[in-house]
Write a protein that binds this ligand. Sequence first.
Ligand SMILES: *Cc1c(COP(=O)(O)O)cnc(C)c1O
Length: 399
Amino acid sequence: MANYHQPDEHGHYGPYGGRFVAETLVPALDELQAAYAAAQQDPEFRGELHSELRQFVGRPNPLYHAARISRELGGAQIYLKREDLNHTGAHKINNAVGQALLARRMGKGRLIAETGAGQHGVATATVATRYGMECTVFMGADDIQRQSSNVYRMRLLGAQVVAVDSGTRTLKDALNEALREWVTRVEDTFYVIGTVAGPHPYPAMVRDFHRVIGDEARAQCLEQTGSLPAACIACVGGGSNAIGLFAAFIDDPEVRLIGVEAGGLGLASGKHAAPLNSGRPGVLHGNRTYLMEDGNGQILPTHSISAGLDYPGVGPEHAYLKDSGRAEYVVATDEEALAAFHTLSRREGIIPALETAHALAYAFKLAPQMRRDQSIVVNLSGRGDKDIHTVAAREGIAL
Ligand SMILES: *Cc1c(COP(=O)(O)O)cnc(C)c1O
């Protein structure tokens, strides 16, 4: 690879990525790849995307100086990229809008998606309605039980939610089922993947649709502070909000790029969702990347307090950035994330998503070790309204 920005023509990031799929899926992926390449070159598509991000999503969102916390920590200035202020409350809508516009351009009238916590399902259901498309969301049967309010949201938006009973009845099974469904109805159906995973071209395409996060943050940081940040920090589930931020800074070697995985009950406990910190390379969901698997190649169960980080794999570009040393990957535990959730709520008047709280926890650790004239950009990937039941339950409060 000549640079960090593009995989090779087969979607390889070094030894990672690629396309490990049934032959029946190859024509659909080829069609998608060609359509996406054409759309990228088309000023009309780019203009439409730009306009939708402004009018429907609410971009650009602010880069907010968390002055009070920064002063209390006594080190680097912490800036928050406010993806939580987007319509539907997180970064996921950037990608959902992009893929839905591409589906429309390809003449597909039906969107399908997989979802774990339900956030990507809600984003996809939202854009399907916006563009007058049908929508079916595949969700593990156990997740449907656990995430009933997001299931209801999807139904309010007019989507059909299909329970997946196979395997562990969670996200990875929903993803397999969505891929199977896509093969059977590829003429009228577009599969909207929710993170930088899956077979090529998904990891690169989803990264591109989230790059607006980093492009805005870079310009805002230069304007507001006069220089680039010393570090960019984001939580990593599949890795889409992190890569969207990192993409704009990869060519600035002085900017540290730090991804924070879900440490759960601690790496030593085995109960976590941190494939980059404790996994090894293997193949899952159509690409090669770091995975949590046992000695026989079986995917291990994951644990995190935040449903959105609960994924045993990670986008292949992160695997490459880790091995090359350009990005660093650390963990924050459930307890550390909870503490950061409360700190941001009480100090800045912003209730963050529990996923995001992992990034904040690490930023709060790092800032005091840095100088006051340095800055850290944290991707505030989502708002915490969806998590208040989880947090309250930990305190014995039933809402
Ligand atoms: C889904 C989600 C994540 C994790 O997904 P990535 O693809 O790693 O970004 C992080 N934060 C929020 C708020 C989410 O909804």
